[in-house]
Design a protein around this ligand. Sequence first.
Ligand SMILES: NC(=O)c1ccc[n+]([C@@H]2O[C@H](COP(=O)([O-])OP(=O)(O)OC[C@H]3O[C@@H](n4cnc5c(N)ncnc54)[C@H](OP(=O)(O)O)[C@@H]3O)[C@@H](O)[C@H]2O)c1
Length: 290
Amino acid sequence: MVLSKGNDEGDRQKVAIVTGSASGIGYATSLMLARKGFYTYASVHNTNKSTSLESIANTERLPLKLIQLDVTDDSSVKHAVEKIVLEKGRIDVLVNNAGYGLFGAFEDLSLDEIKAQFEINFFGVVRVTQHVLPIIRTAQSGGGVIVNVSSVDGHIAFPVISAYCGTKFALEGLSESIAYELEPFGIKVILIEPGPISSNFMKGSVLAKRALDPQSPYAELVQKFNAKTSSQHENTTQPEEVAKTIIQAILDEKPEFRYVVGNYAVSLLEARKNMPYSEFQKMIIQNIMQ
Ligand SMILES: NC(=O)c1ccc[n+]([C@@H]2O[C@H](COP(=O)([O-])OP(=O)(O)OC[C@H]3O[C@@H](n4cnc5c(N)ncnc54)[C@H](OP(=O)(O)O)[C@@H]3O)[C@@H](O)[C@H]2O)c1
């Protein structure tokens, strides 16, 4: 079934929820979904942070509502889902987008830093999806869509972001597995794999406490990697491009399972596919570590 835009006459309006809508990909996706007619719950964990989402929605008369949802907090997720069910009685689309990067060589990462990384990027998806699934599965006939925002780093691992790559590799595995389970219910699972995107990602990323300690044997590597990564994130693919891909996938009757976004990600994955792994490793070492 095509999830057509929800404002068509005789068609009950489709309901979407997006996590991490305060900025970047989540912000752009929430706006685009609302502009396509989905009643969109743009969820943010910090409602004190100002966002222009509501004022744009008011000006354009969009079906968009801001809702508080911290993906790390069970009761916050439960309340948000209950509120949506009370107000709309259904959820058709879930976009699991909230996430951040943790930078630092593996030996310099504390267990707490790694756990915090998984708590948002991986268990956040688990928590929200488990609360939303019973609603998506039963509240309507004709299926729904779960979009998980992964990364090219969910396929190819780089130094200095081992924990981040771990969360995205885990998300890829989880998504592949539940896609089989949900297919009989007509629910589609879609993975989005962006390369570097010009969002707040670098600003919102966390540098591990020990990462730049001059005593660390990895301090120079981390500095090199940070400089490289920061420049990659400037003036590159915009969050709107990712949002466009997400909306196209949601509206497609037969969507792909994976969507790679951005030239850098496409060429990197091509290189990984076409080069012997040892050659590929050399290329990464030359580009990042030397
Ligand atoms: N940018 C990239 O280069 C890139 C590449 C590949 C994949 N991705 C993935 O794309 C997703 C979105 O990132 P982005 O690029 O749009 O970066 P972003 O602009 O930093 O957006 C991330 C969003 O997640 C929110 N968030 C953080 N902790 C949260 C929590 N506990 N509960 C709910 N929301 C929370 C942030 O809110 P606050 O700002 O209020 O904390 C922010 O709105 C992430 O999963 C990221 O891993 C990004």
